[in-house]
Design a protein around this ligand. Sequence first.
Ligand code: PEP
Length: 251
Amino acid sequence: MRQNIVAGNWKMNMTLQEGVELATEVNNIVASKGANCGVVLGVPATHITEVVKAVDTAKVSVAAQNCADKVSGAYTGEISASMVKSTGAGHVILGHSERREYYGETNAILKEKTDLTLANGLTPIFCIGEVLEEREANKQNEVVKTQIEEALFHLSAEDFGKIVLAYEPVWAIGTGKVATPEQAQEIHAYIRSVVADKYGAEVADNCSILYGGSCKPGNAKELFANPDVDGGLIGGASLKAEDFHGIISAF
Ligand code: PEP
């Protein structure tokens, strides 16, 4: 069944102590007020173990923001999917536009990362989305289709069924410029149709497709009200428990 999910992406913010405090606050709010959706915290790798200890992972899953495209070995500074798994994390954010842009992550690299994430029993939150020039040239559909095809369409239907997609128009990330609910619905429906063409209607219908890009408590409800928008990947507004909860409670 398709699941609604609100996932935070803390990026490179928060000391360990601040992160544990924030995660504890989020956990306490979810425990006391409940959540009508899955809740995920995408935290820096250094924080995962302590954040896992600070939350009830049955209610608040913890995500890495990246993992290596190699199994193990002489890759100084890298963190493998099996290491992430061993911390108690449940998800890995893959292919965020910042990683694509600043760290040269290609669809071919992301294909490897996806395979390793799945092989280790972790759920990828796989980011796709176009940059401003591509949107202005009306190429957004083409862009997201290629990203999905090249990184994910080698998967079996069973494995594709384990993927969470996050549509994040790069022009909306951290800019305060949010996609309109109509723009979000239009491209989410298109993404679902691309999945349906490859894997069939049932797999497509069960696929959670999150929206990301300046999603806030004030606009989450109208974005999530769309039939093909199954929640959000939240950057800035995930750094304050109250704001993050404001988005969770849009469901
Ligand atoms: C993100 O980085 O995934 C994101 C959506 O950021 P923001 O919510 O700050 O735009």
